[in-house]
Design a protein around this ligand. Structure first.
Ligand code: CP
Length: 304
């Protein structure tokens, strides 16, 4: 594993499985919480979120707390960036204060450049625009492996706004490393332009066909904040054609599991009632987020 986690070129197949094992090992015996370990009392972590977040930021903060590390949540909205200071000058100031690791979320692909400019700090990508979100994918793989074996034939279907999803890009990178091969993409063509003739998997515009015998279904929200043009489909039509609900899941495998990285627009891409099904693993994904981020921080600090 590299000293930073910015994308999947920083980790090998073995690293992925080691991280999942480590994350599971942090769970308490009843698997309802995580153990508190005072492993890194001297480490200082700064979170630099230039886009909103709930799950990623909080789970990193709780992970740091569980590991005994200090977590400093940089409040960008109340910082000197409001007085015109650039992000690079801000990072320079943070670097001067002896920070060990920066968890960064940004609208653009800048984290790699910052990692090169500030080699004294380690960097973790907490989501870059619609480009990548590797720790979310590690959580998704951990959650899949709780229910499903690794198999080339496992049928994975991803439904939603694919073009604006950082989650799907990291997921596609990782499942090729892990060895899943049966991948179907589904969604309104306006939101899936990069996937209609994409380099991996097949595109299926009809939801019922895409969900037929699916073992894993990943739903993704419409990323309204990233749309540059108004959609050519009304909200009602979108719900009619692409919503994952109890009816549409009838054709999936009876042991299918349902994932969604969150936040969920209930009533749009998912009906509320499916979130109550045993097959729905959204809560497991959120819980696994803490363990996986404990594992990522542990591995990165152990090789700093
Ligand atoms: N899945 C995810 O990244 O959620 P947040 O935007 O709430 O962090």
């Amino acid at each position: 594993m590299s000293k930073n986690l910015i994308n999947f070129s920083d980790i090998s197949k073995k690293d992925i499985f080691d991280l999942i094992e480590l994350a599971n090992n942090f769970k308490t015996e009843d698997s309802l919480d995580y153990r508190n370990e005072d492993l890194f009392p001297d480490k200082k972590i700064v979170s630099m979120f230039c886009e909103p977040s709930t799950r990623t930021k909080l789970s990193f903060e709780i992970a740091a707390y569980n590991l005994g590390a200090k977590f400093i949540d940089f409040d960008l909205s109340n910082s000197s960036m409001n007085k015109g200071e650039t992000l690079e000058d801000t990072m320079n100031a943070i670097d001067m204060m002896g920070v060990d690791l920066c968890i960064m979320r940004h609208t653009e692909s800048v984290i790699h450049d910052f990692a090169e400019k500030f080699p004294n700090m380690q960097f973790v990508n907490a989501g870059e625009g619609s480009i990548s979100h590797p720790t979310q994918t590690l959580i998704d793989l951990m959650t899949i492996l709780e229910s499903k074996e690794i198999s080339e034939n496992l049928k994975i279907t991803v439904v939603g706004d694919l073009d604006h999803s950082r989650v799907v890009n990291s997921f596609v990178e990782a499942i090729q490393i892990v060895g899943y091969k049966s991948l179907t993409f589904c969604g309104h063509p306006d939101l899936c332009k990069n996937f209609i003739d994409g380099p991996i998997g097949s595109f299926e515009p009809d939801l019922e066909t895409a969900l037929q015998d699916a073992d894993v279904v990943m739903a993704l929200r419409i990323q309204n904040e990233r749309l540059s043009e108004k959609l050519t489909i009304s909200a009602n039509d979108y719900i009619e054609r692409y919503q994952i609900n109890v009816d549409s899941l009838q054709v999936a495998d009876p042991n299918m599991i349902l994932l969604h990285p969150g936040p969920v627009n209930f009533g749009i891409e998912l009906s509320k009632e499916v979130s109550e099904l045993d097959n729905c693993k959204i809560k497991n994904q959120i819980f696994n987020g803490v363990g996986m981020r404990m594992a990522v921080l542990t591995r990165l600090f152990s090789q700093a």
